[in-house]
Write a protein that binds this ligand. Structure first.
Ligand code: NDP
Ligand code: 2IT
Length: 452
């Protein structure tokens, strides 16, 4: 229970934030979640209030918005909007992904950059936080169109990034193809081969396991949560949303850990395969999505044992473990209640902020093992950090070395959450743990560096 003073602080802070950032509902949502966790800590440490640390953290250090003009294959001109929100550099150079999706706007960029601040702090590596992207829709575009877009985007972005300044990477709509085009243009404009982006190809500066890292890390984190109750993935039924980078490798690791994966989805619907999406079927999904850029519906056409549900999300399917790996706000209160009623014991977020606040409340009230994306999907950016290290020392580690480090980092994040999030009855509130652990580290670094 929050006392009145804390409640007033939270209400006042949110009222100011909303007034100052009108209409940015995803940003408000992300800040409110952190604020609810850290407000009692801040009130107990008045110097943090005097220093206005939280007021500083919610104000991006810099926001860059730019025009991205490009020509399609027919010679028609298109104008998109590019963004880079450089949120916080207290513990290292700005770091975070680029999202290409028609829904991208300032609110989504700021919520993602804000989440990144806390996530990167949790990784134990020296990385500040940023996010960027564009309202460009890569769906249905030719490789040449994507290349021209990426070249135009980087022609402006290159002024603002660099290996010691800001290091972007992938996110929704930005994978190895886009990172290649972006890197090529940066190198051409700047005449330097440096680690300005992560998620590069293995032969040109990429780290082993970076493509796998977010999905694998999510499963490592879920394993650590399950272990607190003497449990594991073995024999469990797993529902996954999304069918992109994070979903694919979350599915692969869940299979390796002995689970049965029964769903995958995209923005048009989901497939349910009661027999399980095994290694062979998953190989088909990799090919379908990564090479042919097809739709998940085609899975049910290829495997008649599976069913396709148009315009539906997978949370009505009975499962033990749910791994939301598509996008923000993809689990509402009703879906959360269905998961709980169906006996789900663990929800580990691979996506950023996939659960609505009311859904989180339901998971926590039912004492589920529930982890926020900033903790359980941090393996992606952590491995990006390992890619930066390899670029700096001009060496490439083996897959085994990177996997061992990823594993250690996910275990360390889990321990930090347990340390700061364990409640009097023993239940671990991973939201509270993640928010407080990361906030303390960032606040400490900001205080040490003076009023900047
Ligand atoms: P991809 O672009 O590879 O895949 C995204 C998947 O989610 C696709 O299946 C896509 O379907 C679906 N999706 C996207 N937007 C929506 C939407 N509005 N409604 C329903 N489904 C949607 O992206 P990633 O796998 O890289 O990213 C997935 C999530 O993980 C995001 O929240 C991202 O921020 C987060 N994340 C990613 C990391 C990374 O390393 N890539 C690291 C940490 C977090 P469709 O094809 O129909 O668009
Ligand atoms: O949300 C995320 O952490 C990412 N999209 C990955 C960021 C990165 O820099 O690897």
């Amino acid at each position: 229970m929050m006392n009145q003073f804390v409640q007033n602080y939270v209400d006042g802070f949110m009222a100011d934030l909303v007034a100052k950032n009108p209409g940015e509902k995803e940003f408000h949502q992300a800040v409110k979640e952190v604020l609810d966790s850290v407000a009692p800590y801040i009130v107990e440490h008045p110097y943090l209030m005097d220093q206005k640390i939280l007021e500083r953290i919610v104000e991006p250090e810099r926001v860059i918005i730019f025009r991205v003009p490009w020509l399609d294959d027919e010679g028609e001109i298109h104008i998109n909007r590019g963004f880079r929100v450089q949120m916080n550099s207290a513990i290292g150079p700005y770091k975070g992904g680029l999202r290409f999706h028609p829904s991208v706007n300032l609110s989504i960029m700021k919520f993602l950059a804000f989440e990144q601040t806390f996530k990167n702090s949790l990784t134990t590596l020296p990385m500040g936080a940023a996010k960027g992207g564009s309202d460009f829709n890569p769906k249905g575009k030719s490789d040449n169109e994507v290349m021209r877009f990426c070249q135009s985007f980087m022609t402006e972005l290159q002024r603002h990034v660099g290996q010691d300044t800001d290091v972007p990477a992938g996110d929704i709509g930005v994978g190895s193809r886009e990172i290649g085009f972006l890197f090529g243009q940066y190198k051409r404009l700047r005449n330097e081969f440096t680690g300005v982006l992560t998620g590069k190809g293995l032969n040109w500066g990429g780290s082993p396991l970076r493509p796998e890292a977010t999905g694998y890390g999510t499963c490592y984190f879920a394993s650590a949560m399950l272990a607190t109750r003497g449990d594991s993935f073995k024999g469990k039924t797993v529902a996954i949303s999304g069918s992109g980078n994070v979903a694919q490798y979350a599915a692969q690791k869940a299979l390796q850990l002995g689970a049965k994966v029964v769903t995958l989805s995209d923005s048009n619907g989901f497939v349910y395969d009661p027999d399980g999406i095994d290694e062979e079927k998953l190989a088909y999904v990799f090919e379908l999505k990564n090479i042919y850029r097809g739709r998940i519906r085609e899975y049910a056409e290829k495997y008649p044992g599976a069913q396709y549900f148009e315009n539906r999300r997978p949370w009505g399917i009975k499962c033990d473990i749910a791994l939301p790996c598509a996008t923000q706000n993809e689990i509402n209160a009703q879906e959360a209640q269905t998961l709980v009623d169906n006996g789900c014991i663990c929800v580990a977020e691979g996506a950023n902020m996939p659960s609505e606040p009311e859904a989180i409340e339901i998971f926590q009230k039912a004492k589920l093992l529930y982890s926020p994306g900033k903790a359980s999907n941090a393996g992606g950016v952590a491995t990006s950090g390992l890619e930066m290290t390899q670029n700096s020392i001009r060496l490439k580690w083996t897959e085994e070395e990177v996997d061992a480090q990823l594993h250690r980092i996910m275990t360390d994040i889990h321990e930090a959450c347990v340390k700061y999030g364990t409640e009097p009855d023993g239940y671990v509130n991973y939201v509270k743990g993640a928010n407080i652990a990361s906030f303390i580290k960032i606040a400490d670094a900001m205080m040490a560096q003076g009023l900047v």
